[in-house]
Design a binder for this molecule. Structure first.
Ligand code: NAD
Length: 298
């Protein structure tokens, strides 16, 4: 593996997971965020995450101690990248913030540093110019709960150097990911190109009063062998995300069905703080949702 030193920019929901996953797999990781208070919070989150690594991956205390030793923190951008072979950007999902970040980064990063964005909805070609090094820029997209949902979608843009692309695929493997290379740019990558239409179709059936969430999930589970259905997935992803996506779509299309979906989600879930697994209730109640009961499909 060519890379040794990795910088993760942004220590929010995904950033701190990427940083810890990389440190756990032996990389020297520098965590960068906009101020030291946020970095202090990240340190606390690493403690919680290591408990999950113990439970889900049987990680030993020795391995976790080593992972901590591999982590350093700074809120100085230049300092954070001075030795970086790879910088993984996980700053907020806003084109303005990301472009501003890359423009500043371009001025201080060494020539060797490869940049990778974890953006879920922006295409690398939208950010490539701002990086100042488009051939050394690629998207490396992780899923939430990276240590168990260990997928890494790697997506270049038209001028990404194929050698850089391959190196980033190798890096993904080196940190324990199932690497999923895309041959061309695709909004939503592979996962969301499949998932968003499925979840949307489930909601359409519900709003049109064709069937209940449970019946829809049962249909999907039994007929395809999938372990959970679209409404269970919505609870896991979080209903806020579904609400936001539908709101964008309703504003853009003015589709009456989408408008009704937004109203339905707001009234029945958002306003009642039933946001899915995270709040203990969404379409199902947790920790023991009906779809996990042995007779759900009987
Ligand atoms: P988040 O809001 O939880 O975290 C963003 C972090 O970036 C915060 O710690 C914030 O302080 C920091 N930040 C803000 N401005 C910055 C700047 N200029 N420089 C450096 N850091 C800055 O966001 P998130 O959910 O972790 O998402 C980050 C990226 O990961 C987004 O592009 C998102 O699309 C992508 N992503 C998120 C998920 C998810 O489930 N949350 C999944 C896959 C990909």
């Amino acid at each position: 593996m060519k890379y040794k030193n990795v910088t993760v920019a942004g220590s929010g929901v995904l950033g701190y997971q990427i940083a810890f996953q990389s440190a756990f797999h032996g990389f020297n990781v520098t965590v960068y965020d906009i101020n030291d208070d946020i970095l202090e919070k990240a340190k606390t989150k690493f403690q919680t995450l290591s408990e999950a690594f113990k439970v889900d991956l049987n990680a030993t205390q020795e391995q976790l101690d080593q992972a901590y030793k591999n982590l350093t923190y700074t809120s100085d951008l230049k300092e954070s990248v001075k030795n970086a072979d790879l910088l993984i950007e996980a700053v907020p999902e806003s084109p303005e913030i990301k472009i501003d970040f890359y423009q500043k980064l371009a001025q201080v990063a060494p020539a060797k540093t490869i940049f990778a964005t974890n953006s879920s909805t922006l295409l690398p070609s939208q950010l490539a110019d701002a990086t100042g090094r488009p051939t050394q820029f690629v998207a490396l997209h992780f899923a939430n709960n990276i240590w168990t949902h260990n997928t890494a979608e790697i997506m270049g843009h038209p001028t990404t150097d194929p050698k850089v692309f391959e190196e980033v695929v190798e890096f993904g493997k080196a940190i324990g990911m199932l690497t999923l290379p895309l041959n061309k740019e695709q909004p939503g990558y592979i996962l969301n190109s499949l998932l968003v239409p499925l979840l949307s179709a489930g909601l359409d059936l519900l709003i049109k009063e064709v069937a209940t969430p449970e019946t829809i999930d049962k249909t999907w589970m039994k007929a395809t062998g999938a372990p959970i259905g679209p409404f269970a997935i919505l609870d896991t992803v979080g209903i806020t995300t579904a609400y936001n996506i539908n709101q964008l779509s309703a504003a853009k299309t003015k589709d009456p069905l989408k408008i009704k979906t937004v109203e339905y989600l707001k009234e029945n879930f958002i306003d009642k703080n039933k946001l899915g697994v995270s709040t203990g209730e969404g379409f199902y109640r947790y920790p023991n949702p009906a779809y996990l009961e042995p007779d759900f499909l009987k």
